[in-house]
Write a protein that binds this ligand. Structure first.
Ligand SMILES: *[C@@H]1O[C@H](CO)[C@@H](O)[C@H](O)[C@H]1NC(C)=O
Ligand SMILES: *[C@@H]1O[C@H](CO)[C@@H](O)[C@H](O)[C@H]1NC(C)=O
Ligand SMILES: *[C@@H]1O[C@H](CO)[C@@H](O)[C@H](O)[C@H]1NC(C)=O
Ligand SMILES: *[C@@H]1O[C@H](CO)[C@@H](O)[C@H](O)[C@H]1NC(C)=O
Ligand SMILES: *[C@@H]1O[C@H](CO)[C@@H](O)[C@H](O)[C@H]1NC(C)=O
Length: 477
């Protein structure tokens, strides 16, 4: 083929070989070669592309996501770029009055996502442990002296230069092994703090879930019962909320508090005052996607629940200010970015959105891709990512395990609240979850644990779940 190209181009250069003509000939020749090569490669890949079937599965999946966004997105649309990428668009004329201080722009009306990455990430989340434990620090290289120090703000990394000192700082919040398990609950409600909650009466519906997740200073009492319910199980807290926690909890002593980022003096003071179980969150930081504590609550819920229903997130059109159901409006991060991401998550089968503008629609989820469809899209995305040379092992649940550890029956150290634990926590209400016997877990959670070889998966570093710390338990109690 190359030879043919050469002949035809040299003949076209003609009898008068001026510099210009020669240059022209060279140009034509190289175009020829490029054309021949590219046509060679495309026909080659068309006949023997090992990815063809996976791309077809993912393209079908994209069409479903697109249809789902059209049906459920309250005016949002999805433009498909390729088998992985798509762009979510708000309708023209959407009021973008939200200034993004970080990028110094008004909030954009289009958001680009990689659906393949998103589906890999969120399906992985369903198998994760998302609270920090003693076994994690034991197994992780430099777990105590390096990593633990990073989770202790102010109290000081400099005060954590040997293991026993680090332990002192973290003891109050460090269970030996995971207190919660994947698939522990069938249905969960994650309740944000949006002022929208006062436009509906979702209270009873929220209380009908197996577990309810709230965040920070969200009050739960008779005054708001009709809107946000009364059930309380988990609460994700940031430092600013620590000082008010006793008043907010108002005697709710077994509500589990999960600290969002780092332990801090204010938290230590709070822990000493309250009998509630307190743990440290061990999730990831999403750089794109949605910001805020609400997103973290979703991550936490997804690591324990089959179905995650969200209420009180700012997800309807027409926002001009950031509202909370229990206080006056205030400044907040911008809602369009979150709204787009939550809509994507709904159409990936990760969450189900409830809001005033969706309150009247019947609870019909038939346009959200089914579990089987999601599973096959996940498998296709994983094979594409790992490439043709990947071994079967790379594709199993441990393909991302970077560090392995084993914990025996009495490994891992003292259980929170046991006599060898600090006096402060001796009377905490940890026992609702932490020492519940394995056999009392929901059947699906037990089955999952056996299927995954009694292994707990934790994130290692960074914003993805590509590297995991994996801990095998030789006995379950
Ligand atoms: C850790 O450091 C403290 C303070 O310097 C010291 O008292 C303690 O013995 C050390 N512990 C270990 C295990 O080295
Ligand atoms: C605290 O709970 C009690 C009932 O247990 C209730 O009477 C009281 O109003 C609550 N206080 C607040 C501030 O909600
Ligand atoms: C957009 O929002 C601003 C500020 O809230 C408001 O003044 C303006 O009328 C809004 N425009 C439209 C078209 O809704
Ligand atoms: C999650 O766990 C299930 C077993 O319950 C397993 O079949 C599946 O492959 C795991 N998924 C991932 C992404 O690791
Ligand atoms: C998981 O734990 C159960 C109960 O202790 C045990 O029977 C089973 O052999 C364990 N599985 C693995 C793969 O270790």
């Amino acid at each position: 083929m190359r030879v043919a190209g050469k002949i035809s181009s040299s003949s076209s250069s003609g009898p008068r070989p001026t510099v210009l003509l020669l240059l022209g000939a060279a140009l034509i020749f190289s175009l020829f070669v490029v054309a021949i090569q590219s046509s060679f490669f495309t026909t080659g890949s068309r006949t023997s592309d090992p990815n063809r079937e996976k791309i077809r599965i993912l393209s079908d999946f994209q069409s479903r996501v697109q249809q789902c966004v059209a049906n459920r997105g309250l005016g949002m649309t999805a433009d498909i770029v390729d088998h992985c990428k798509l762009v979510l668009k708000f309708p023209p004329g959407t009021n973008s009055t939200w200034y993004n201080a970080q990028f110094k722009i008004f909030e954009p009306l289009e958001y680009r996502y990689d659906v393949c990455e998103a589906i890999l990430l969120w399906e992985q989340y369903r198998n994760m442990t998302t609270v920090l434990t003693r076994e994690y620090l034991d197994v992780r290289p430099d777990g105590w002296l390096d990593y633990a120090a990073k989770r202790i703000a102010q109290l000081g990394a400099d005060k954590c230069y040997n293991r026993s000192l680090c332990e002192e700082h973290l003891n109050l919040i460090l269970p030996a092994k995971p207190p919660f398990h994947p698939r522990q609950f069938k249905t969960c409600a994650v309740v944000g703090n949006s002022g929208d909650l006062l436009k509906t009466e979702f209270g009873q519906e929220i209380d009908g879930h197996d577990a309810v997740f709230r965040d920070n200073e969200a009050p739960v009492n008779e005054k708001y019962a009709r809107y946000v319910g009364l059930k309380r199980d988990f609460r994700l807290v940031v430092r600013g909320a620590a000082r008010n926690m006793a008043a907010i909890l108002n005697g709710s002593t077994d509500e589990v508090l999960i600290i969002k980022s780092v332990i801090h003096r204010d938290f230590n003071a709070m822990i000493k005052e309250l009998p509630n179980p307190v743990y440290l969150f061990q999730g990831i930081v999403l750089r794109r996607g949605a910001k805020g504590t609400g997103m973290k609550s979703i991550e936490l819920a997804l690591s324990m629940c089959d179905i995650v229903d969200i209420y009180g997130f700012t997800v309807d059109p027409g926002y001009t200010e950031w509202t909370r159901y229990f206080s006056t409006p205030r400044k907040g991060h911008n809602p369009l970015q979150g709204r787009a991401y939550y809509q994507l998550l709904e159409c990936l089968g990760v969450i189900r959105i409830h809001s005033p503008m969706r309150a009247q629609r019947k609870q019909d989820w038939s346009d959200v891709p089914s579990k089987e469809i999601i599973r096959s899209a996940h498998a296709a995305a994983l094979r594409l990512k790992m490439g043709p040379s990947s071994k079967q092992d790379d594709l199993g649940p441990f393909g991302s395990c970077k560090v392995w550890g084993t914990v025996g029956p009495d490994g891992g150290g003292p259980v929170s609240g046991s006599p060898d634990m600090s006096d402060t926590r001796k009377f905490s209400c940890y026992n609702k979850w932490e020492v519940a016997p394995f056999k009392s877990l929901r059947r699906e959670a037990q089955e999952h644990y056996f299927q995954i070889g009694n292994v707990s998966l934790y994130k290692m570093d960074g914003n993805k779940l590509d590297d995991l710390v994996c801990v095998r338990h030789t006995s379950l109690t």
